[in-house]
Design a protein around this ligand. Structure first.
Ligand SMILES: CC(C)(COP(=O)(O)OP(=O)(O)OC[C@H]1O[C@@H](n2cnc3c(N)ncnc32)[C@H](O)[C@@H]1OP(=O)(O)O)[C@@H](O)C(=O)NCCC(=O)NCCS
Length: 160
């Protein structure tokens, strides 16, 4: 896999693959680096997610075998694919890794018969909102005090 952008000389080289339970500590630590606002998952939440048959989890690893980006989705009982977490290591941002992971997740969900994808995002998280809008997600609802620090969230949805 390689990712390149016009006007940018740095090209990211690495691999995109599922996250296994053996990689629990790595994904938990990367999540802690990405979510510095108190919204990071507990280690046990990742354990639960990575062992559930309804979870799809993908990562990007650099050529020196570091986990640099991850995404987790849960297939909910209503049949919607719910993106519950996505993060890219700070030093690897703006190289298209989140976009790549989300496109891969969309393919995986579609192959499991899922036709709608949903996520929540903090209203102040402009980077993530722009990313999701670029990929065709639209805000369908404002969620009052959705986050533990009292921030509002947006629910965003995309038909697959
Ligand atoms: C949000 C996040 C996942 C984006 O990851 P990324 O790999 O840097 O994103 P990409 O490089 O794939 O960006 C794709 C598009 O999203 C938008 N975008 C991403 N980061 C942006 C930023 N900081 N400012 C403005 N737009 C941004 C741009 O439209 C970008 O396209 P462009 O670079 O061609 O202009 C990353 O910033 C992150 O891990 N943040 C902390 C965790 C988090 O907030 N997760 C989302 C919770 S809902």
């Amino acid at each position: 896999m390689s990712v390149s952008k016009p006007n940018q000389t740095a090209e990211f080289r690495g691999t995109l693959r599922p996250i296994t339970i053996a990689e629990l500590d790595e994904v938990w630590k990367l999540d802690l680096r990405c979510f510095v606002d108190g919204e990071a998952y507990e280690r046990e939440t990742f354990r639960y997610l990575l062992t559930s048959p309804n979870t799809i989890a993908r990562q990007i690893r650099s050529t020196d075998n570091q986990m640099v980006a991850f995404v987790v989705a849960v297939i909910e009982i209503d049949g919607v694919g719910h993106i519950t977490a996505i993060g890219v290591a700070p030093e690897h941002r703006r190289r298209g890794l989140a976009r790549l992971l989300l496109r891969e997740m969309e393919r995986s969900l579609r192959s499991r018969g899922i036709s709608t994808i949903r996520l929540e995002v903090r209203v102040e998280n402009e980077a993530a909102i722009l990313l999701y809008e670029q990929l065709g997600f639209a805000v369908v609802q404002r969620l009052s005090r959705y986050y533990s620090n009292g921030s509002d969230g947006y629910m965003m949805v995309k038909p697959l």
